[in-house]
Design a protein around this ligand. Structure first.
Ligand code: CIR
Length: 253
């Protein structure tokens, strides 16, 4: 059960965010509307949302998920692997202190993006990616162990982040796309497969009684709905242009 979420309003500089998507530049006004819809959706799920001011120093700073790992027992400030994003953690550390008096932190030479961390009950899957190096993943595993959590490292082949291609809904239901569809590490889960042409929809989030899904991915929406979940579908076109998905836009705890 999530009671809180932290999001950061988009700034005008969002157009300068990192991307590999080749979908053009995001439109600020549309992105702002989509972000507002996102906040409303979280509220509908019963979550109290802390909305941080835009941070024009960091174009990607609306993707707050990458700056921390928040759990029931601890919070860990990450160490984002993209140099242009690393400074985002400074303010997030201040913000999270209000909720978690004792914060853990990933240290150089370890790097880690929160988007590479998937929690499944008391176990964590940690992607080793272009952003999260082995050292960073090992540091996180060691921190989590102190709090009686277990973890598995998952080297990535293609995806930017682990959660770009995977989401855990609960009840052993795992939404998987691309390289994770047949990955041996996830063999024991009940899989909801996302077709290649709907790959972006694999980054969905379960928030209490709902699964929030990007709008326009009808096959995936049907599969998740058929599995018994209530859906909220949100337009995400502008964030997709920056390789950003639904999970990236909030820290939920
Ligand atoms: C970046 O490349 O860092 C941002 N443009 C997108 C971050 C997406 N975050 C995530 O998947 N957790």
């Amino acid at each position: 059960m999530f009671t809180r979420a932290i999001v950061r309003k988009i700034g005008k500089k969002i157009v300068n965010g990192l991307t590999t998507a080749n979908l053009g530049l995001p439109d600020y006004d549309t992105a702002l509307r989509q972000h507002n819809d996102y906040i409303e959706a979280l509220k509908k799920c019963g979550v109290t949302v802390t909305v941080l001011d835009p941070d024009e120093q960091y174009p990607d700073s609306t993707f707050v998920e990458d700056t921390a790992i928040v759990t029931e027992r601890c919070a860990v400030i990450s160490n984002p692997g993209a140099p242009s994003r690393n400074g985002e953690i400074v303010h997030m550390k201040e913000v999270l202190r209000e909720f978690y008096p004792q914060l853990e932190q990933i240290q150089f030479p370890g790097t880690l993006d929160g988007g590479d961390v998937l929690q499944v009950d008391n176990h964590f899957y940690i992607g080793v990616s272009e952003r999260t190096n082995h050292e960073g993943a090992e540091q996180l595993a060691a921190i989590l162990e102190k709090y009686d959590y277990t973890s598995t490292l998952v080297p990535l082949k293609d995806y930017l982040h682990l959660k770009t291609g995977i989401a855990y809904l609960g009840n052993s239901d795992l939404v998987v796309a691309g390289e994770f569809s047949e990955h041996e590490v996830f063999h024991e889960f009940h899989k909801i497969y996302v077709d290649a042409d709907e790959e972006y929809a694999a980054n969905c989030i379960r928030v209490n009684d709902y699964v929030i899904l990007p709008q326009g991915y009808e096959k995936t929406a049907k599969k998740i709905s058929d599995a018994g979940y209530s859906l909220i579908e949100l337009p995400m076109t502008e964030f997709r242009k920056l390789d950003g998905g639904l999970s990236c836009l909030s820290l939920r705890f």
